[in-house]
Design a protein around this ligand. Structure first.
Ligand code: SAM
Length: 301
């Protein structure tokens, strides 16, 4: 074991023993795979005076798994106002309160925002304890551009409002990320197709971090027919739309080789760098793009 490892271990140990500072802790919890809890989240949940939970029964399963005995209190969209007041009074007295949602990062399409604002207004320290989040997990493995993205949470459930929300999207260079319920995904895809056309490139990330994790990548028309062919669509879903620059259907696209050549010429970059850019813009993996490039080059020989 190197001296560094020893000092890291000591560091970890001493951090574990350190008492938790007073304040509000927003603790991310797993979105499926329990291994995604962090060491810091476990320490905070263990040492907090109380854990404010979106659903106490749901969180209790997590706490039981990790043998954490901290008392819980419910904190959800229906009692957010009154509970915030009560918790802020405790925080003012120096309490350590952890906030968790059913899964993922509190405050992201989940309760959390109101108590953060109230804590800050009351001069209470607020600490993020980062961890799992469905939107970011879906995005980073989607193959879509990650430089600019917009997270929208859930689209409206009503068809008319959903279509308007899609029509209002800024289609510049950002990937758009939505949460969607499994029973609505086919209707939403139908709306995406009617607003942006059948060639719009979309990615569906389903059941992230779970046993049946699945990524579907392709045109909205393809994905609709794939999902339509299933007896039912289940599980939790992140839906992502490629930016306008990456949305052209394969049959109307310039060849990949032509795109690579154009980029090399305009930007003076290597073939490999150009290929990586084109792959990213098309929402496909590097090796898939490389194989396609080779196929096109073989056709020309
Ligand atoms: N706060 C959570 C987060 O940080 O991701 C999101 C909570 S929101 C109420 C729940 C929605 O997130 C689900 O309906 C689904 O759209 C998405 N989601 C949560 N877990 C997921 C998973 N394992 N795979 C795909 N989507 C997931």
């Amino acid at each position: 074991m190197s001296p560094n490892q020893i000092s890291d271990q000591n560091n970890l140990q001493s951090r574990d023993d350190r008492p938790l500072a007073p304040g509000l802790y927003l603790v991310a919890t797993p979105i499926g795979n329990l291994e995604d809890i962090t060491l810091r989240a476990l320490r905070v949940l263990r040492q907090a005076d109380r854990i404010a939970c979106e659903d106490t029964r749901q969180t209790q399963k997590l706490l039981n798994h990790f043998e954490i005995r901290t008392p819980t209190v419910s904190y959800h969209m229906h009692n957010e106002g009154s509970r915030t007041e009560e918790l802020i009074a405790e925080l003012r007295q120096g309490a350590r309160i952890a906030v968790v949602s059913d899964a993922g990062t509190p405050g992201i399409a989940d309760p959390g925002g109101q108590i953060v604002a109230a804590a800050l207004a009351a001069g209470v320290d607020v600490f993020p304890i980062p961890g799992a989040n469905a939107a970011i997990s879906g995005l980073i493995a989607s193959g879509l551009p990650t430089e600019h993205f917009t997270f929208h949470g859930f689209l409206p459930a009503k068809a008319g409002q959903r279509k308007t929300a899609l029509e209002d999207l800024d289609r510049s260079d950002a990937t758009h990320i939505f949460y969607e319920a499994p029973h609505r995904i086919l209707d939403t895809l139908a709306d995406v197709e009617s607003v942006f056309g059948p060639a719009q490139h979309v990615v569906i990330a389903r059941e992230l971090t779970k046993l049946h994790e699945e990524f579907l990548r392709g045109t909205v028309a393809d994905l609709r027919s794939q999902l339509n062919a299933r007896a039912s669509v289940r599980g939790e879903i992140v839906l992502m739309l490629a930016p306008a620059a990456a949305e052209t259907a394969p049959e109307t696209k310039a060849t990949l080789a032509a795109e690579v050549a154009a980029l090399r010429k305009s930007e003076g970059i290597s073939e490999m760098d150009a290929l990586k850019r084109v792959a990213r813009e098309r929402g496909i993996g590097k090796s898939e793009a490389y194989r396609e490039l080779q196929r096109e080059q073989n056709r020309l020989r």
